[in-house]
Ligand binder design. Structure first.
Ligand SMILES: CC(C)(COP(=O)(O)OP(=O)(O)OC[C@H]1O[C@@H](n2cnc3c(N)ncnc32)[C@H](O)[C@@H]1OP(=O)(O)O)[C@@H](O)C(=O)NCCC(=O)NCCS
Length: 177
């Protein structure tokens, strides 16, 4: 999911995945709120998370920066997963969002994990925290947009109870809470 709802552009990110796969245990990953100084690390993380699907990410560092800054201003919940002192994932939620039809929804604007940390339940922990926040705000619905060919992310959300309700270049997925 990305900002081309705000900015449709050709995507040319070619940031390579790191060859290293740290043997970090899930337990050593902690969640904490966003800090202003996270911006450069989150930009790197975001570009690497979308390296497999650049069409759903941002097409330049400038656009990544602009998107991250937009997220930093438009959220009710922004949590960073940290391992060995550096960000390895993050989730951005706005519990006061309105769906395209005006329905109140807890919107998951972004969820990204560095590829070195995929398959270690980092996204699961971030998503659970985000859904708890949405529930605590009294919302009965969570929603998000995901790229139609982003199979890994779609499967991830389906396993967590999200169902597609609109198809297209961006797929709308929702979960009743
Ligand atoms: C989609 C995304 C967020 C998932 O992140 P993740 O941290 O890998 O997700 P999780 O580890 O919580 O769950 C993924 C899988 O790993 C499995 N898993 C979790 N812990 C595991 C472990 N210790 N060992 C092996 N597998 C594990 C999960 O059961 C899940 O099952 P699967 O193998 O059948 O897929 C991540 O791939 C990503 O950042 N993608 C790019 C950005 C993106 O597309 N974001 C979503 C846009 S809407």
């Amino acid at each position: 999911m990305a900002a081309d709802i705000m900015d449709d552009a050709h995507k040319t990110i070619t940031t390579p995945k790191s060859a290293k796969t740290p043997k970090t245990a899930t337990a050593s990953i902690r969640l904490r709120p966003l800090q202003p100084e996270d911006l450069p690390a989150l930009m790197d993380l975001y570009d690497q998370a979308y390296a497999e699907h650049p069409e759903y990410g941002e097409s330049s560092r400038q656009k990544t920066r602009r998107y991250l800054k937009w997220l930093m201003r438009h959220h009710t919940f922004f949590q960073v997963a940290e391992a060995e002192g550096r960000p390895v994932g993050f989730i951005v939620v706005d519990a006061d969002w309105r769906d395209w039809n005006g329905q109140p929804v807890g919107e998951i604007h972004e969820l990204a994990v560095h590829p070195d940390y995929w398959g270690k339940s980092v996204a699961t922990r971030l998503l659970q925290a985000g859904l708890e926040h949405i529930r605590a705000r009294g919302r009965g619905l969570a929603g998000l947009w995901v790229g139609e060919h982003n199979d890994r992310a779609i499967a991830f959300y389906q396993r967590h109870g999200f169902r597609p309700v609109r198809w297209g270049y961006w797929v709308r997925m929702v979960k009743r809470l």
